[in-house]
Design a protein around this ligand. Structure first.
Ligand code: SF4
Length: 187
């Protein structure tokens, strides 16, 4: 693997100060070339997920798997943020998701405004910024704010975060603690 340049390391320190300011401490850097994008991940969205076609940032509203691979190739740096939560009922996680994703948008904005115009966030979970979603990208109620999740971009989150030694496992009960991840691409 190609080593990070001194400039990259310097930039990371700068970003880490911004992350700290926003209260983020549980994150790791990843070389975007380590991010696993897989056709099977898209298949899981298309068949077996009740969000398919119901969220403006989920398939079929997202780029193709080939386009995602191209998008990721255009970045040299990415930060992966970890969030944990236990919920009583599955639907309880949506309010939490909304709060976390809204806060992450502030972070993306600050990185963008500091001159990193390519900054792009992948939400921790499906968008959920609104209480109801038309499910069609063109009808999105908050188009400036909505972002896709890593899963909806066909990222194999399991394989990817394991590469940087973050925990993740298949859960069989919503009461188990979830490990969810958001990705912030920067350059
Ligand atoms: S911002 Fe609202 S309307 Fe747009 S994708 Fe997210 S939940 Fe749907």
């Amino acid at each position: 693997m190609k080593k990070n340049t001194g400039k990259n390391q310097m930039n990371r320190k700068k970003f880490e100060e911004v992350f700290e300011k926003h209260g983020y401490r549980d994150y790791k850097w990843i070389d975007p070339r380590q991010i696993v994008v897989a056709q099977w991940a898209r298949m899981k969205c298309t068949f077996g997920c009740k969000n398919y076609g119901k969220c403006g940032t989920c398939p079929p509203n997202t780029p193709s798997v080939a386009e995602v691979k191209e998008f990721i190739r255009e970045y040299k740096t990415c930060a992966v943020f970890r969030f944990t939560k236990r919920v009583v009922r599955p639907e309880d996680r949506f309010a939490w998701t909304r709060k976390v994703n809204s806060k992450l948008l502030n972070l993306e904005r600050e990185v963008f405004l500091s001159g990193y115009y390519k900054a792009f966030l992948l939400f921790m979970d499906s968008c959920h910024l609104c209480s109801s979603c038309p499910g069609i990208k063109q009808l999105c109620k908050q188009p400036k704010m909505s972002r896709p999740s890593p899963e909806s971009m066909a990222i194999d989150v399991f394989a990817t975060v394991q590469k940087i030694s973050f925990p993740i496992e298949v859960l069989y009960d919503y009461k188990q603690e979830m490990n969810r991840y958001a990705f912030l691409f920067i350059e």
